[in-house]
Design a protein around this ligand. Sequence first.
Ligand SMILES: Cc1cc2nc3c(=O)[nH]c(=O)nc-3n(C[C@H](O)[C@H](O)[C@H](O)COP(=O)(O)O)c2cc1C
Length: 187
Amino acid sequence: MHPIGPVNALYPMPTTLVGATVKASPNFLAVAHVGILNHGTPQYLSIGLSKTHYSNGGIHENRTFSICMPSEDLMVETDYCGIMTGRKTDKAALFDVFYGQLETAPMIRQCPVNMELRLHDVLDFPPHDVFIGELVETYADDSVLTNGKVDVSRLRPLLFDMASVKYWRLGPAVGACWNAGKSLKRK
Ligand SMILES: Cc1cc2nc3c(=O)[nH]c(=O)nc-3n(C[C@H](O)[C@H](O)[C@H](O)COP(=O)(O)O)c2cc1C
């Protein structure tokens, strides 16, 4: 084993589109640094956003945001939202925008799964705001549901890898969780 420095090796991560209302208009940016902080209800999720981004001000102001899950089919639009800033470009014009319970968390009909969150807390790191949101509601298109649950094989999430700087796709399932390890249990 060779040390390769303090390299974050947690990739791939899903690429998401985070929605916020900024200056009374919807804006979306690509975000791969998302976190799952617990499992349960309430459910808390985090996003790490550079303080240089246009979106941060809107999340601070309205205390809401969305996390939208594009499929592979939306790679070009998603990447565009990670290149362009809402300061200069109306990125929301690319999408059919809708709102749920929260009136300032814009979501995207072209994304098969959308989550709206209420801001719970902000961790103030020098270069980044880590916004922690409480999940209020999740909206899913019928086309990605199997028995009422989001089916990743149907969602076909757009995976992001920092090392290769490429988008990747999911492969097939390899085993059952909380089950595969049972074969090593002593009889
Ligand atoms: C695939 C991808 C993932 C990204 N992930 C993040 C991220 O996790 N955090 C972040 O601060 N910026 C991330 N970015 C950069 C922002 O999406 C980008 O700077 C965007 O233009 C900011 O938009 P805004 O100024 O309208 O808020 C990512 C960009 C790409 C292409």
